[in-house]
Design a protein around this ligand. Structure first.
Ligand code: NAD
Length: 352
């Protein structure tokens, strides 16, 4: 019998399958949306054109420019656009940045979101929003931003370049690993996390061989969805909070930052979650979680140092100081010296 637990599952409808993009218009109708604002990552423009055409009279307007970490000015401009066109729903096509902008609108207006993810960031399954102002990223949780419907189409993600694919998978793996040690982690989030890690690991190895392997792309989207669900229920911990600080304060790219930091946080916390750690090791076919993650990222071409992303060693030390001042919670107690050690290793790209 598992230990006593409380699990909160979140309500969303998931439509999954090759060419599921064709079902977006029908799903928008099911949501009762009659004036949809389409938000699309630049590189998902073609998919957005298809959706726009399919929506017919239900299409009300479009935003094609999105940026990582949702700068507050972009959020305000998007809210103004939604109001100007009297949108009653949002279709977001792209990675976490497009979905993040849709969430910024939903946060203040309550408009329903239909998400069509093209990366593996997993934002589509979470009620977590983020916004950046004056170099500081603020995040929060609100059910109003949880997409009501998520349409996964492996055909779309098969156009994602290999470098972005591998980094995005590292981001999804970070959800899996962290979902095993947060205060809200439970046996259900652990099952989701372990199955997600298996699908992500196997999927990425196959995609590296053939980026257009639809089956493998499907495995990655499936893994990303489970990883996002695990994160949504378990919440974030030390790892995600550190990455948000680094992304918001130093403008580091989101997915790559996860890859550089995760092996070191896993090294710190593995002893606190021995059962989940062993299951994750088996899912990624490694003898040790921290070095296994590091080796997997290296083998699939993901940068594993913060230095390679443009951070200076002094900034890594400064981030550790700033973070320690907030008295972060973690299964293994952390202070400035532990965090400095962790971030300097991540900065240098050392193998844990
Ligand atoms: P992203 O959305 O910025 O996309 C990464 C890159 O991939 C971009 O250059 C984009 O143009 C390109 N791209 C996307 N789809 C493509 C496609 N089909 N073909 C070719 N190129 C394509 O990055 P991301 O890593 O998906 O998301 C990062 C953002 O999401 C960050 O702001 C992060 O904080 C947020 N995020 C939020 C949550 C949450 O739960 N709220 C979870 C994960 C990430």
């Amino acid at each position: 019998m598992p230990e006593a637990f409380v699990h909160v599952g979140l309500p969303s409808r998931v439509v999954f399958g090759a060419r599921a993009l064709d079902q977006v218009a029908g799903e928008v109708e099911l949501l009762g949306v009659s004036r949809a604002l389409v938000i699309a990552t630049g590189s998902a423009r073609e998919a957005a054109d298809v959706v726009e055409l399919g929506l017919g009279d239900r299409f009300a307007g479009r935003i094609d420019e999105v940026r990582q970490h949702v700068p507050v000015e972009r959020a305000e401009a998007a809210r103004a656009k939604a109001q100007e066109i009297a949108a009653d729903g949002i279709v977001a096509i792209g990675g976490g940045s497009a979905i993040g902008l849709a969430k910024a609108i939903a946060l203040t207006t309550g408009l329903p979101i239909l998400a069509v993810p093209t990366t593996y960031a997993g934002s589509e399954m979470t009620p977590v929003w983020g916004q950046t102002a004056d170099g500081r990223k603020t995040t929060g949780t609100d059910l109003a931003v949880l997409p009501r419907t998520v349409v996964y189409d492996p055909v779309l993600s098969s156009r994602l370049p290999l470098g972005i694919t591998a980094a995005s998978v590292a981001n999804a793996l970070a959800h899996c690993v962290e979902a095993t040690w947060t205060p809200k982690a439970d046996p259900i989030t652990e099952v989701l996390a372990v199955e997600a890690a298996r699908a992500l690991h196997d999927g990425l190895l196959a995609v590296v061989q053939d980026p257009h392997d639809l089956d493998a792309r499907g495995n990655l989207l499936y893994g990303a969805s489970l990883a996002g669900s695990a994160l949504a229920s378990a919440g974030t911990g030390l790892h995600h909070k550190l990455c948000h600080l680094l992304g918001g304060s130093y403008g580091l790219p989101h997915a790559e930052t996860h890859a550089a930091v995760l092996p070191h946080v896993a090294h710190l916390n593995a002893a606190a979650v021995p059962r989940a750690g062993a299951r994750l090791e088996s899912a990624i076919q490694a003898g040790d979680l921290a070095s296994g993650l590091y080796d997997f990222f290296t083998a699939t071409g993901v940068p594993t140092s913060l230095r390679a992303l443009g951070l200076t060693e002094e900034q890594a030390r400064e981030a550790a100081r700033t973070f320690a001042a907030g008295h972060p919670e973690n299964p293994v107690p952390v202070d400035e010296s532990v965090l400095t050690d962790l971030l300097v290793h991540a900065w240098a790209g050392d193998r844990p």
